[in-house]
Design a protein around this ligand. Structure first.
Ligand code: GLU
Ligand code: MG
Length: 637
């Protein structure tokens, strides 16, 4: 989830005192990197995925499933057996926010050849197997985005009571601090976000109103003033960072060949974020209730919203410098490529001094405002031993701010003195139940980048429309019901090259004709006379590529999954989970998910993930990968 420093974490008051220092040196560190590598060219495509996992324990006798708080120990074992024993080990393991979470990535990045697409799923399977092998009896690693009973009494093993009194990190009524990863970064983030904000975080998710759901649905918290004020009728109320950052996702990072290619990809993919998020929807349940949303995004956004009342516009500015319109975890606020400039229609709050400084250092307006926008935020954690750094050779202060701007896309400068190039990270996707699905989404996104670059596609629309799409994307069944702004003619730019722009078009009126509302089915599968469809474009790209038979077969299977999820022929994980609960014999149509129902659901998810049962509604049946028994038939790569 970001930079992990060792040492003694400072309190919010102390961190705040060093905020300007961190920003000042963070910018100097960025400038050192920029000047050293701005002209780097010809880096090759490399990419990698990140999968986040939850550790669960089944109690078959009492029909309960709980989150096991052994992430730190499991991680230690996995790293010891893996990367520390063999630097070429095929998997890498990292901590995540929850002490019931771990994160796994491939040991080495994937390269640019087509045949690499055929190794993604095998690597994910290896990760699942490896992690499973170090667990205790009746435990499993699950790739579920949100644990349905997160924050319900007794949801952890061992069990801990929440600690709502002063002194705790979250002060949550529901989420015990013991469920936060023990690395000091995580509890310090939690505490400092709360202190900076001046109160607990507030998450209100609309409840799904079923036949017997109380109407109005109102929860009362007489013992807690903050909760009574913050909780809204008809909503599921949550009050801790863990409800958001304790969710899992699927991310992909690409190395571009140059800074301008990275900026171009950053922009193009930003428009794709809401679409793929809706397609990957997998988180309909919160705190033991059925909600009316399908994606985690807004929940995490609220869970780390450190803005003060002044910054949120609830009080006149007195102690703070800016009104800030979004949480640190949110969609991007500006495009970075020249082509994107005319579509930058969101008010951008920037640190003016930093902006001027960057311009003076020769950085262009778009990149300068991007960095100056990230740097309106305060550092949230700081370690006493890490205050004074060597700005020419370290980048911790830059990374401190950068890595706590959790946006849909992240533009990543190379680390100092490394042979890593300019990268972009695609962050909106929800994690899927199986390695097959996760591979499908990852391969889809990576192929899309190839097609964007090869065919010089242009998906840009005004950024405010992308934001509207983000809102629609999280709603229940957005994949089938939602309408999304999308560019009509994605080849129109014609010469929309990486370094310049296709058409000289300035007027926003012209821009308005460039996009229209489309369903996800239209965007993904195309519609005669309206839009060609991303999958048909990918298919035609594939036809022109030399790909060995086995790899082609895998890729086509992945694309079929995406295609069928978009058309509704297959369900999203969120829809499938909803149906599972709706059809559960214990379910009382009251939007409540009991321990027993949660147990059946997670057990089923685990069986599907480990291929102990089929799930044609979710995965189809015809196109599961047929294992080649023979040797490679074609090695044209
Ligand atoms: N778990 C977070 C999410 O679901 C992401 C944390 C990270 O940046 O690694 O988006
Ligand atoms: Mg992560």
């Amino acid at each position: 989830m970001g930079l992990l420093s060792q040492g003694s974490p400072l309190s919010w008051e102390e961190t705040k005192r060093h905020a300007d220092h961190v920003r000042r040196h963070g910018i100097l560190q960025f400038l050192h990197i920029y000047h050293a590598v701005k002209d780097r060219h010809k880096d090759v495509l490399k990419w990698g995925d990140e999968v986040e996992y939850m550790l669960v324990s089944f109690d078959h006798e009492n029909k309960k499933v709980r989150l096991v708080l052994s992430g730190e120990k499991v991680l230690e074992t996995l790293q010891e057996k893996g990367e520390r024993t063999n630097p070429n080990h095929p998997t890498l393991w990292r901590p995540e926010y929850g002490s019931y979470m771990i994160e796994g990535t491939p040991g080495q990045p994937y390269g640019g050849t087509m045949s690499e697409f055929n190794t993604v799923e095998a690597n994910m399977r290896k990760r699942r197997k490896e992690a499973t092998s170090v667990l205790e009896e009746n435990q499993a690693v699950c790739t579920i985005t949100s644990f349905p009973r997160l924050g319900c009494p007794g949801f952890t093993l061992p069990e801990f009571k929440p600690n709502p009194v002063e002194g705790g990190a979250s002060k949550s009524l529901f989420f015990p601090d013991e469920a936060i990863n023990k690395h000091p970064r995580f509890s310090t983030l939690t505490r400092n976000i709360r202190h900076r904000r001046g109160e607990k975080v507030v998450i209100n998710v609309p409840i799904f109103k079923d036949r017997n759901t109380p109407s109005p649905f109102i929860e009362t918290f007489p013992e807690d003033d903050e909760a009574s004020r913050a909780s809204k009728p008809e909503h599921i109320y949550m009050d801790a960072m863990g409800f958001g950052m304790g969710n899992c996702c699927l991310q992909v990072t690409f190395q571009a060949c140059s800074i301008s290619e990275a900026r171009y990809l950053y922009d193009q993919l930003a428009t794709i974020c809401p679409i793929v998020m809706a397609l990957s929807a997998a988180s309909p349940f919160y705190r033991g209730y059925v909600s009316d949303i399908d994606c985690r995004w807004g929940v995490i956004s609220a869970s780390v919203d450190d803005r003060t009342r002044e910054e949120r516009g609830l009080e006149p500015l007195k102690n703070n410098n800016y009104r800030i319109s979004k949480s640190r975890y949110d969609s991007i606020d500006s495009y970075l490529s020249k082509c994107g400039e005319k579509y930058n229609d969101i008010d951008l709050t920037i640190d003016k001094e930093i902006y001027e400084q960057l311009l003076q250092e020769g950085i262009d307006h778009l990149l300068a405002q991007h960095v100056a926008h990230l740097f309106i935020r305060d550092p949230l954690t700081l370690f006493e031993e890490k205050i004074h750094l060597d700005d020419a050779n370290e980048s911790d202060h830059f990374e401190n701010i950068q890595s706590t701007n959790w946006q849909t896309m992240r533009f990543k400068p190379p680390p100092p003195n490394s042979d890593i190039g300019w990268r972009v990270e695609f962050r909106p996707m929800e994690v899927q139940l199986t390695d097959f699905e996760n591979s499908a989404y990852v391969v889809f996104v990576v192929l899309l980048t190839r097609v964007i670059l090869s065919y010089k596609l242009d998906f840009l629309i005004p950024l405010s429309k992308v934001d509207e799409n983000m809102k629609v994307a999280q709603k229940r069944d957005a994949v089938l019901q939602g309408m999304f702004y999308f560019r009509k003619d994605i080849c129109k730019g014609g010469n929309a090259v990486v370094d310049g722009c296709g058409k000289a078009q300035n007027s926003t009126e012209l821009a308005a004709e460039e996009y229209t509302l489309m369903s996800i089915d239209t965007i993904i599968n195309g519609k005669e006379g309206v839009f060609p469809g991303l999958i048909p474009i990918l298919n035609s790209y594939l036809e022109n590529m030399e790909v060995d038979v086995d790899t082609r077969c895998s890729i086509l299977n992945y694309l079929k999954l995406i295609k069928k999820r978009a058309s509704g022929e297959l369900m999203t994980v969120a829809r499938w989970m909803r149906e599972f609960i709706a059809n559960h014999p214990d379910y009382k149509q009251d939007s409540v998910i009991t321990d027993g129902m949660n147990y059946s659901l997670i057990l089923k998810c685990n069986q599907i993930a480990n291929e102990l049962c089929e799930c044609p509604e979710l995965l189809g049946s015809a196109f599961r990968k047929v294992k080649y028994s023979g040797s490679k038939t074609d090695s044209s790569n």
